[in-house]
Design a binder for this molecule. Structure first.
Ligand code: PLP
Length: 503
């Protein structure tokens, strides 16, 4: 007999006193959690500030957390050395260049990418890598840009470049029931690649809204049908192994702060050399040219051969922080991505089961989850809304304020993912069109209404050092909504809450 989540996760009362009992039950249901024990010690030693400050951090998809030792190692490196701009050629510059290139090698190793096949381009963030591709992909009229509807806005924005160059833009929709796509529809659209044209297919390895993980075998299928593939891995790589010796997407944008918290301001674009060679940069900048003349107004870009990544790193890279990328990657390697992945899987499974099971006394669900309810092919990001005993959604702003008061860091809004948001909230094309009507005097108000009310969701995400108390205490928070009606939840003055908390 199949056991449903409802059988496993009975609606219980959640209270701090019952946490130990709940933990014992959790270990019984998720025995693999025990194998991730090393993360508890790590949290104590390296991330102690979470517990000193009593913070419940559930926004790993927004940004990862850094370990104390990452900071110490980086500061020591800077304090004990003299570093100059790597574009110069002198001892301090060479020392810096050496470390930047070492970090680049470390990125290759971490993602198991061959330097014969891939290039690592340092960018300010994932968005920076996406813009490099979008502005330089050689779309011509009749070419095709295909993308799943659950892309982040930094991918959606590429449609502007594609459209301006006359390429056709097609969205592959996501289904309401699980926010995945219909594979037959995907196949049909992949068959529409323009023969001998430039066809770009973009999808997230993991949706930053629903946590859905799309199959990586789409990459080969798309290649076989004449597409370049842009695989947005920003939300995937913090808790999943990306092995570029096993799958071969053409463009992979990443933000490092999402993996190990520090430093912000650096990402990379991993690009296959043959795909990169297709790109046509719309300008040149310091660092990307072989020679330029102001009299003749001519220039040669760096492009082919060994210079290929330099042709895409505009100006001076964030050189003092790049060594911290190597420190961060080594930190994750020491822990083991598989351990992080396993912990996230266990905690996500428990959260999904409990969030689904918790009900008002009248039997109505409190939580409406958007996306898959099981841990199969999904990551540790959960989007949802909370409803009252009459089935009316609690205002997300209220929930956010109350969570902040309880020192829970979660996120509310659309998460830069309008596709998943529109489908989850049944916002029709016609309703969206009202936002964009030229003469609608209420246009701004309508947009705000849709964005902040009709389409707003709550998102929690677990990661590197999440533990059972984090998710249990979150469920205690959800439990407080039981049998409440929306108006009974008082609006919290968040400025007061933050003041009360002290410095
Ligand atoms: C899936 C996905 N793609 C792209 C981005 C953009 O990342 P960044 O803001 O670091 O450029 C994000 C950020 O949350 C993301 O989750």
């Amino acid at each position: 007999m199949q056991i449903s989540d409802d059988d496993i996760y009975q609606t219980t009362d959640y209270s701090p006193e019952q946490m130990d009992t709940a933990f014992a039950e959790f270990n019984r249901i998720q025995p693999e959690y025990e194998t991730t024990h090393i993360l508890d010690k790590l949290r104590e030693i390296e991330y102690g500030r979470l517990d000193w400050q009593d913070q419940i951090y559930l926004d790993y998809t927004g940004g990862g957390l850094y370990a104390d030792s990452q900071l110490q190692k980086h500061v020591n490196l800077l304090r004990c050395n003299v570093f100059g701009n790597p574009h110069s050629q002198n001892p301090t510059s060479s020392a810096m260049t050496h470390l930047v290139e070492r970090a680049r090698k470390c990125v290759f190793r971490f993602f198991r990418a061959s330097p014969d096949e891939y290039v690592v381009i340092f960018t300010p963030n994932a968005t920076g890598g996406l813009k490099l591709v979008g502005e330089a992909y050689p779309f011509t009229p009749g070419d095709h840009f295909l993308l799943t509807a659950d892309n982040h806005n930094s991918v959606n924005g590429i449609r502007v470049f594609a459209g301006k160059k006359g390429a056709k833009v097609t969205y592959l929709p996501v289904r309401l029931q699980d926010l995945r796509v219909d594979e037959d529809e995907l196949e049909r659209l992949l068959d529409q690649a323009r023969p001998d044209g430039h066809n770009l297919f973009a999808y997230p390895a993991q949706s930053n809204f629903s946590g859905v993980q799309h199959p990586l075998d789409w990459i080969d299928r798309a290649h076989d049908k004449g597409w370049n593939v842009l695989l947005d891995c920003a939300a995937f790589v913090p808790t999943n192994r990306l092995d570029l010796s096993k799958c071969h997407p053409d463009f992979v944008p990443i933000s490092f702060y999402k993996i190990f918290g520090y430093p912000t301001g650096i990402g990379c674009l991993l690009a296959r050399k043959d795909a990169l060679n297709k790109l046509q940069r719309p300008w040149f900048a310091g660092g990307t040219i072989a020679i330029v003349s102001t009299q003749d107004e001519k220039w040669y870009c760096l492009h082919k051969g060994k210079d290929v990544y330099e042709a895409f790193e505009d100006g001076t890279v964030n050189y003092l922080n790049i060594p911290a990328v190597e420190i961060g990657l080594r930190h994750i390697d020491r822990i083991g991505m598989e351990t992080i992945h396993e912990r996230v899987r266990c905690l996500t499974g428990w959260l999904l089961g409990n969030m689904h099971a918790i009900k008002h006394r009248n039997g109505r669900h409190i939580v409406k989850i958007y996306g898959p309810r099981g841990t199969e092919k999904r990551g540790g990001t959960i989007a949802f809304n909370l409803s009252d005993a009459k089935g009316r959604s609690f205002d997300c702003g209220w929930v956010q304020d109350l969570a902040s008061k309880a020192k829970i860091s979660l996120r509310t809004g659309c998460f830069c993912n309008p596709g998943d948001g529109e489908v989850s909230h049944n916002i029709t094309r016609e309703r969206m069109a009202e936002c964009f009507e030229g003469n609608n005097r209420n246009q701004e108000g309508t947009c705000k209404l849709i964005r902040d009310k009709e389409m707003a969701s709550i998102r929690i995400s677990v990661g590197l050092v999440s533990n059972f108390p984090d998710v249990y205490r979150f469920m205690c928070f959800v439990n407080d909504f039981r049998d409440k009606v929306a108006e009974q939840i008082p609006r919290v003055d968040i400025s007061r809450v933050l003041r009360d908390r002290g410095p």
